[in-house]
Design a protein around this ligand. Sequence first.
Ligand code: PLP
Length: 397
Amino acid sequence: MSTITPKEIHLAERMSRLGTETAFEVLVRARALEAQGKEIIHLEIGEPDFSTPANIVEAAARALRDGWTHYGPSAGLPQLREAVAEYTTQYLGVPVDPNEVVITPGGKPIMFFVILALAERGDEVLYPNPGFPIYESMINFVGAKAVPYGLREEQNFDADMEEIIDKITDRTRLIILNSPQNPTGGVIGREGLKALADKLAGREIPVLSDEIYHRLIYEGEHSSLAQFPGMKDRTIILNGFSKTYAMTGWRMGWGVMRADLARWVAQLMTNCNSCTASFSQIAGIEALRGDQSSVGVMREEFRRRRSVIVEGLNRIPGFSCRQPRGAFYVFPNIKETKWNSRILADTILNEAGVACLGGTAFGQWGEGYLRFSFANSVENIHRALERIGTWVRKNRI
Ligand code: PLP
């Protein structure tokens, strides 16, 4: 019997520029170790470990029974677009029209579609580094130039607005902000946003503002660039249900942007997904307009876990960890250990049974850091800290 070796598939050149999100790869490796009988504590993936609130689940079940099982408009069901417009108007304090809203399967497609729609070869796009890896991946994918700006520990991981402003050139086509921030837990303050708003006045540079963690802030209030005079029409807000209502697997998010851009993003939806699942959208209305008490309960539980993980990491030799001000991640400095962060993360997974990510999973300026998600129980966080501490002491790193 002859064996046929298939030729390597010929991929389009752009595929060589496509990045990834390491959290999903580490999750696969952690699951493979579990299949071999190892017990792994998962602190790698960024999803709330809570169940979706019962009122939302019930609304989805009802929607299924009521026949919300068909295609809907690409931009989203009008009733959900209206609910998102109302919700956004409330939290921004700036009026938003339903025509400015596009519903997508998760918040992530908004990154994909907006970068695809706005940036092209030769354009520069400013993005946070360390930052959510899909920004850099997508900028490179469309052939634009990815221009990083730093988030520094010394500045409590707040975005350095002076650096952003200095890096704006005639070729800047888009600026990406993320607050509260993944992976550092940093929050952009009002002063910084004001400085940027002043600088952008009179310039046609849109800003993609990723606000997916907007209700996970532990001190103070969330601020958005869209709140500053004249900025709403230049800001594209990415937001969604995943983190706020523990709905990661539902795949539902939204973008708020100028109505003319929203029409193009909806057309990208037509070309890609057709629409977001109709029964999920009906449940999304319940999420936004129904009982909100679960959001506060989850935030308070995250606050408790934050203290446990920060204190515990600071007791491990060679680790030092700042208190994040938002989201559910910590980004401890491990420079004293002299380990490369990706190798340290891999070794902690293999030898201590704790899954976390090397800082470079979020860009090259993440070297010297690890990222842990504290979306796991206090008990598991204690066990993970114990395991890492024991491993570090035993190996005298
Ligand atoms: N933006 C940031 C900063 C994130 O961390 C994530 C998910 O981890 C997303 C967007 C995507 O969220 P979704 O699951 O709604 O696509």
